[in-house]
Design a binder for this molecule. Structure first.
Ligand code: SF4
Length: 220
């Protein structure tokens, strides 16, 4: 017997319903306060290897002092490090954000480019960050794949891919575009609270009946 096809509309409905009662990812919360690509780019960099609540507080402190590339460049480096602290790697992140700000002023008239190929040319910006800037900064449909998105689609049996880049390629072909914008924020939240990396809460998951649970060895 062949594998059951995943009903992606049902998956989306369940995720959307759960998302209503769970906490939003930090960058989404920041973007909803002010839809500004520069803020999204900077807070995404701050968020790497950093807890959501630390990211939100650090970003707010920084934006109160500097929320444009020009203002970031004018900030004293040590003062900026203090604003971002205790985000992980706050010294490196300060340097990266300052370098990016300089490039934005020099090459893009102080604006963030709304183009994936241009975005990934910026120092420290990979596909995940670039796609998140398109989605959260510009509301342009893009497929932002992080470890949660990669893991959940593979567990569901919707895809069978080895790494996030391949997952992005496959999703761009297979996933209806109407789902792209909300996809990352909903799946990141679902991955954090329900379909956790280790021992997911399958007993509390509305997708349990249809989920193939590929690679899931322990569950709750
Ligand atoms: S049933 Fe389990 S493995 Fe499948 S999506 Fe839900 S939590 Fe994840």
């Amino acid at each position: 017997m062949g594998k059951k096809a995943v009903d992606i509309d049902h998956v989306y409905d369940v995720l959307a319903e759960e998302y209503e009662r769970l906490e939003k990812p930090s960058v989404t919360a920041i973007a909803e306060k002010k839809r500004d690509p520069f803020r999204v780019l900077v807070s995404t960099i701050i968020s790497l290897r950093t807890k959501d609540e630390v990211t939100i507080a650090a970003s707010e402190r920084l934006f109160a002092a500097a929320d444009t590339p020009e203002k970031v460049l004018a900030l004293d480096t040590e003062a900026m490090e203090k604003l971002i602290y205790p985000a992980g790697f706050y010294r490196n992140k300060t340097r990266t954000i300052k370098d990016i700000s300089a490039i934005l002023i020099e090459k893009y008239a102080g604006s963030v480019p709304a183009d994936i190929d241009e975005l990934v040319r910026l120092k420290g910006v990979g596909r995940k960050t670039a796609n998140l800037v398109l989605v959260e900064g510009f509301q342009i449909p893009a497929v932002c794949v992080d470890i949660h998105v990669h893991r959940i689609f593979n567990r569901l049996g919707y895809l069978s891919t080895k790494d996030p880049d391949k997952t992005e390629t496959e999703l761009r072909k297979k996933l209806p575009q109407k789902y792209w914008i909300k996809l990352n924020e909903m799946m990141v939240t679902y991955g954090k609270y329900i379909c956790r990396p280790i021992s997911p809460f399958c007993s509390a998951c509305g997708l349990s009946d249809s989920c193939a649970k590929v690679g899931v060895t322990t569950r709750r």
